[in-house]
Structure formats: structure tokens, C-alpha cells
Write a new protein. Structure first.
Length: 202
């Protein structure tokens, strides 16, 4: 049994890397936090939790957001992500508990896997977590642009909110450092990233 958590901001490659590791390790189950979030939206109405019904980088945006000072913008974006992720975590915990009971392995990937939230799982030897990162802002932006033919509407939203995505990236990085979660640079060849991840998760 192996519970593998692959975190990262939008556009850093969590889905691609997770899918490749799934094949390399000959595992059967992979779920993304985007899908989990969408499932939770079917139960929780926007009037109850509006943060859940937005993309991770939009969750903290509110009325007159653009007029706010930069430090307030950062605070709002991080707060939105944290509130959204707290709901998603309830669903993730349920999924993980199910796979632990069944003795099966699963990979969970996505932005809502906040470093530190799953420390008990890791400390008990039941799972491993890594954070994917692209330190260079221009390279991160180019990676997003490269996906525009596959997901034009989604990528367009990402490009229009790239500053917010980078704010989330910075927050996840600080959380990973604080909680001793391994950080994998995905700036270069994806095969190198995969090998680095496998060296940590086993």
C-alpha cells in the first residue's frame, strides 16, 4: 500500500507527473483535487461556500480586489485557497481512509494538497508527499501557454490570473519548507522530475 500526494500550483505539472508515476509503479488509482473539488460542488451550494465554486487562484478574489494593495491581495488569495482546501481535505481524507482500509495504493495530485495538512499520514508511515515547483516565473508562464491548444478556456483564465497563481506557488513553497516536504524542481526534463519523485516516494 502506498499513498502518494503530489502537490503544486496550477501549471507546474502535477497531473503529468502523477500520471507518469502511476504507469511507472503500475498502480491503478489516481485522482486530482480538481475532480474532488467538482464533486464537492454537487453537495455544497455556492451560497454555503462560494470559495469552493471557484478556481484555486480565484477563490480569494472579492469585490474591488484589483484596487487592493499587493499585500492585501496576497492575503486574500491565500485565505481563499486555505478555505477551499479545508473542504477538499475532508473528501481527500475519506478517499485515503478507504484505500488504507482496502490495502490499496493511490496517487492524489493537485493544488489543494497543502503541505503540512497530511503530516500525520506521513509520520505514521502511511504516505509520502512531494511539492512540484517551477521557480522561474517566465518558464512557468510558458508551460501554461503550451497547454492552450488542449485547454484553451482554462489556460486563458490561468494566464489572466498568473500573478495569483504565483502567489499560491510562493505560499505552497513556504509551507513545504516549514513542514520538511521535499520540493522537486520540474523546470527541466519530466523524466528527471519523475526519477526524483520516485527516489523520495519509493
Amino acid at each position: 500500500m502506498n499513498i502518494i500526494l503530489i502537490s503544486g500550483a496550477s501549471g507546474v505539472g502535477t497531473t503529468s507527473v502523477a500520471s507518469a508515476i502511476l504507469k511507472k509503479k503500475d498502480l491503478l488509482y489516481l485522482v486530482g483535487t480538481d475532480a474532488i473539488r467538482e464533486s464537492a460542488r454537487q453537495i455544497i451550494l455556492p451560497s454555503v461556500n462560494p470559495y469552493l465554486h471557484k478556481s484555486s487562484y480565484l477563490a480569494g478574489k472579492s469585490e474591488k480586489y484589483e484596487c487592493k494593495p499587493e499585500d492585501i491581495k496576497k492575503e486574500k488569495i491565500v485565505r481563499g485557497l486555505k478555505i477551499q482546501s479545508s473542504v477538499v481535505k475532508v473528501c481527500i481524507d475519506g478517499i485515503i481512509n478507504r484505500y488504507i482500509k482496502e490495502g490499496d495504493s493511490i496517487i492524489v495530485e493537485g493544488v489543494n494538497l497543502l503541505p503540512g495538512d497530511y503530516n500525520p499520514l506521513i509520520e505514521n508511515g502511511l504516505g509520502k508527499q512531494v511539492l512540484l515547483d517551477i521557480p522561474n516565473e517566465e518558464l512557468h508562464l510558458q508551460r501554461l501557454k503550451n497547454r492552450i491548444k488542449i485547454h484553451p478556456q482554462r489556460v486563458d483564465r490561468c494566464l489572466n490570473n498568473f500573478m495569483e497563481i504565483r502567489l499560491i506557488r510562493d505560499y505552497l513553497l513556504k509551507k513545504a519548507i516549514k513542514n520538511n516536504i521535499p520540493i522537486i524542481d520540474n523546470s527541466n526534463n519530466i523524466e528527471c522530475t519523475i526519477e526524483n519523485c520516485l527516489g523520495i516516494i519509493g
